[in-house]
Design a protein around this ligand. Sequence first.
Ligand SMILES: [Zn+2]
Length: 109
Amino acid sequence: MSSARIPKPLPVDVPQALEAICAYGHGRCWYCDGKLPAAERAIRAGWDVQRIDDQPVASIILVCPRCARRKARLGEHEFERRLTLVPPVHSSPSPRRPRVQPGAAGATG
Ligand SMILES: [Zn+2]
């Protein structure tokens, strides 16, 4: 079986890559969507840069220190498995709006 979906370590310098990504101003953890801090802090905190060859064009992903540690502990396979069990929380537009009672207006003070 091929393991094309599993991110591989980049052949490049991770701090260098982090700095480049920070320069663009938009970096987020691939797994938990955590926001990438400034390059210096990210490097010190232990952010990782990995590559996924899954797509036609290889994409570079960021892994925050928390996810990197979890991944190291669980192993890549188990980590990926758990990710599929728990879908990522995306900010979905909720259909419910806070209701404003029409009769409540005018009673200020
Ligand atoms: Zn993360």
